[in-house]
Design a binder for this molecule. Sequence first.
Ligand code: MLT
Length: 312
Amino acid sequence: AALAAPALAQQGYPSRPITMIVPFAAGGPTDTVARLLATEMSKDLGGSVVVENVGGAGGTLGAQRTAQARPDGYNILCHHIGMATIPTLYRRLAYDSVNGFETIGMITEVPMTIIARPNIQASNLQELVALVRRQGTGLNLANAGVGAASHLCGLLFQTAVGAQMTTVPYRGTAPAMNDLVGGTVDLMCDQTTNTTEQIRAGTVRAFAVTTPQRVESLPNIPTAAEAGLPNMEVSIWHGLYAPKGTPAEIVNRLSQSLQTALKVPTLVQRFNDLGTSPVPQDRATPAFHRTFWTQDIARWRPIIQAAGTYAD
Ligand code: MLT
């Protein structure tokens, strides 16, 4: 691989399709961000960026696939805050969850929404909290596995409420959402990129957003703090990664392409419709992303340790 990379650069990069791994199910929040990005990066790079969903195990399977892929610029990963919680949540992994990657740049920060099946016996967050305290493990909390954003937010929610529910893991929140709409699970914390349209359609009930301010595209949903549940602030940042050892000139080319994609008006508009926006350009860089990621691992470690939740 060390010899192949300069040769590839000489013959013009990219000369074949780039695989962008999404470590969760198709049609969910990470997939939505990745596909919008892949479309615009394809145009900029003059070659196709193809999204491949490698879901399961809270996003660790897709991350592992990337960490173990050839570092030749044709394998990249679109992942989220899980990259910062997985190093603490998992005691054993088949890949290096910190040093196995090159950072390309951050993409976006997405608010979470606390949602429930449409016929839940609660009409506001206070009533929901009371219900959870009353029924506890009698309620099902859907998530996308240990390491998912929905897992982290669910952890914060249960801690804030002071009660545990029964966790039901999925390969992504897209399939979890189907079950929530169908009423086979009760609650979920999920990103606005996956919940906005369901909330607007009334197929799920939304109780709060997890950002300090209300989300512009969901003006009627209170913040968790406003609705009486402080300590529920979390934004789901996303970033692009390549396997460790991917040549710097390729990483920089991908970062440049990411920055270009994040300025495309149709992408910005779609992000805004879904409750989010691209990060400022100076954050869509390898160096900023690396620093932010490192700090975020340190930020979540004591919180996860206090919650005592681990996977093997
Ligand atoms: C997904 O794409 O399914 C989500 O990002 C899952 C999650 O992390 O909650």
